[in-house]
Design a protein around this ligand. Structure first.
Ligand SMILES: [Zn+2]
Length: 383
């Protein structure tokens, strides 16, 4: 698809998803960085990008991504942010939250302080703000992180992180001493809190939700599993109105689990990549991630003992997986990759194709591969 020569143009499609499927032929009119009209009658006198036979869907929003294209955001370098913003449109992603790992507060302040000025200006997919995955996490559930880096959820630490940059999402283990007060503090300042890297029992998880947490960090992974007498945090996915971040790569969870969540929890599903620096690279082999040696193969990133250390999933593949493995309908899959992630972090002008929305659009082939990606009205990728 050829980039438009003007900032004011229309995309013609006979497969529009707003994310709801809209039958018929439609023209999506874009002026500068916003969608201004969506109409069934061809506008007169505007340059037309013909996407007939292709799917026009809301751009994907990745709220949980640590690295991409050989860089990790913990580097705190402009190159790391540029690698993510510049590389992600190839996979249909139009905005994202650069996601830190559980590190010392002073380290997080350095990373956020160094890169926050660049968030509104970097070109490509838009970094909307920060997702801090920790450091108020459970040392029983470090995943691939260093539990020695975890910090106490004190008022001082919470205030320091709140002051370090625009914080949109933070993962907290609610069972830690002081965690409930920290969740309340974060929520009172507009931060969306997820429950994650947690050894909470069901009651502690419910207390976290009561304190204001509104999502679960990568459901099933690095949290106490569900047993019939100890249902743990996983049971809240079924019983409470919380968003469910989910890594649909078929490695972090069994294909049957992808089918389970696609069938029963699709309304609150938030597809995430949890990608690390090896994502977006075609190379395989040994890398260093978060100071640790990891091995990358076709579908996974593992520590020397075999434990998973983030993923190399991309959101377009996650969409294909929930459709092909999970049996999810297209509209629900696009909602899980766009509108639900937006709502889970309080973003109200992205994730849908309607007048007034930011012009973040993915154009997909019939088999759900990315043909073109438009970020804030500009074509950022074309196959
Ligand atoms: Zn993560």
């Amino acid at each position: 698809m050829i980039a438009p020569s003007s900032k004011h143009y229309v995309i013609k499609t006979d497969h529009l998803y707003t994310p709801d499927e809209a039958a018929g032929t439609w023209w999506v009119e874009i002026d500068t960085h916003r969608i201004v009209h969506v109409t069934a009658e061809q506008p007169v006198g505007l340059e037309t990008l013909d996407a007939t036979g292709l799917l026009v869907v809301p751009g994907f929003i990745d709220v949980h991504i640590h690295g991409f294209g050989g860089h990790d955001i913990m580097e705190g370098s402009p190159e790391a942010l540029e690698a993510m913003a510049g590389g992600l449109p190839r996979f249909g992603v139009t905005s994202f939250l650069p996601t830190t790992v559980g590190a010392k507060v002073v380290v997080l302040q350095q990373v956020m302080g160094a890169l926050t000025p660049q968030l509104p200006t970097v070109s490509g997919a838009r970094p909307l703000g920060w997702h801090l995955e920790g450091p108020f996490l459970s040392s029983n559930m470090p995943g691939a992180m260093n539990p020695e880096d975890f910090e106490e959820p004190t008022d001082t630490n919470t205030a320091a992180l709140l002051g370090a940059g625009p914080l949109l999402l933070m993962a907290v283990a609610p069972e830690r001493d002081g965690a409930i007060a920290a969740i309340e503090h974060l929520v009172s300042r507009g931060v969306h809190v997820s429950i994650g890297h947690t050894d909470a029992d069901f009651e502690h998880a419910v207390a976290g939700i009561a304190a204001g947490a509104t999502s679960l960090n990568h459901l099933f992974n690095v949290m106490r599993p569900m047993l019939h007498r100890e249902p743990g945090p996983v049971a809240t996915a079924f019983l409470y109105d919380v968003y469910l971040q989910f890594i649909a790569d078929g490695v972090h969870t069994h294909p049957a689990t992808i089918a389970l969540i696609s069938r029963y929890l699709k309304e609150r599903l938030v597809l995430i990549s949890d990608a690390v620096l090896a994502a977006g690279l075609d190379v395989r082999g040994a890398f260093v991630f978060d100071g640790k040696e990891v091995t990358v193969d076709e579908t996974s990133v593992r520590l020397p003992g075999g434990r998973l250390a983030g993923s190399i999933l991309t959101l377009d593949r996650a969409v294909r997986n929930v459709v092909s493995i999970g049996g999810l309908d297209h509209a629900s899959a696009f909602r899980a990759a766009g509108l639900n992630p937006a709502h889970s972090i309080g973003v109200t002008d992205r994730g849908f194709i309607k007048p007034g929305a930011i012009a973040d659009i993915a154009v997909l082939t019939a088999d759900l591969h990315v043909a073109a990606t438009i970020c804030e009205g500009r074509m950022a990728y074309s196959a």
